[in-house]
Design a protein around this ligand. Structure first.
Ligand code: SF4
Length: 260
């Protein structure tokens, strides 16, 4: 694996002046993305670290992909600001994983929390909003936290894979995130689920025990259930019974049910 040079200062890209990217900037991103199509995740992370320095951040929900990236960041760029969207509805197993990661890699994950606690939020809305308006709940307790976590940064990294869903199939290795108006880097875009689990097992990367109990995809406990017999889509257990499939972090659509 390539080791990096000293982190560079955050680059102030041309697009940052107006919050809208120039055509030239988008073309440059597309070119970099095409060049990195055959790179390993470690090489992509190394490139991102060298290019964006402390302007690079990582958001993780402690899925296996995120944990693999954390294991790589621990070697390549351990000072990267990493954060979790601590909605107040995460499983205890997910919260415990943060400690296991810290213990193994000496890497800190900041917990970014909503303005209102769960009790205050439910009191304000006359009950749990995840039952009546999960899109609003995700907006208040996830999207806003991501906006908070990436504030002042230039690029954010996530663990999405192209084979996870039709929406994610469009993910570039490096691209412009229209929703959050910054560069988005997906080092595992080209990896399969098998690639991820092979790395988890071969390097004993800590992972959420719920994955061994029928939960291939873990989000907030009220909106996540184990897969049922016959279900093959890993995300079938998320927002089950609704047409919502994403919390909105990785979609560009803001008006449909799967957006924010
Ligand atoms: S996943 Fe469910 S509980 Fe979590 S923020 Fe979205 S609607 Fe709310």
């Amino acid at each position: 694996m390539t080791q990096t040079a000293t982190p560079a200062a955050p680059r102030r890209e041309a697009h940052m002046e107006s919050q809208e990217p120039t055509v030239q900037f988008l073309a440059e991103l597309a070119e970099q993305s095409a060049r990195l199509e055959t790179a390993t995740p470690e090489e992509i992370i190394t490139w991102a670290h060298e290019r964006y320095g402390t302007g690079l951040t990582m958001a993780t929900a402690f899925g296996p992909e995120g944990c693999v990236i954390l294991s790589m960041l621990a070697l390549i760029a351990p000072d990267t600001y990493i954060f979790n969207l601590d909605t107040g509805y995460q499983f205890q197993q997910t919260l415990d994983l943060r400690e296991r990661i810290a213990e193994k890699y000496s890497i800190k994950v900041d917990m970014v929390q909503p303005e209102l606690t769960v009790i205050e939020y439910e009191a304000k809305h006359g009950g749990p909003l995840y039952k009546t308006n999960p899109t609003q709940c995700c907006f208040d307790r996830k999207i806003k936290l991501l906006q908070q976590g990436v504030k002042g940064r230039t690029a954010w990294m996530s663990g999405i894979r192209r084979d996870q869903s039709a929406d994610r199939a469009q993910a570039a290795i490096v691209g412009w995130d229209k929703k959050f108006k910054m560069v988005k880097i997906s080092p595992l875009a080209n990896w399969t689920k098998q690639d991820v689990w092979k790395r988890v097992m071969s390097e004993s990367v800590p992972y959420n025990p719920l994955h061994d109990q029928g939960y291939p995809s873990v989000g907030c406990w009220p909106c996540t259930r184990a897969l049922q017999a016959g279900e093959t889509d890993d995300r079938s257990g998320r927002w089950s019974g609704t047409d919502k499939t994403e919390c909105g972090l990785h979609t560009t659509q803001e008006s449909d049910g799967s957006g924010i």
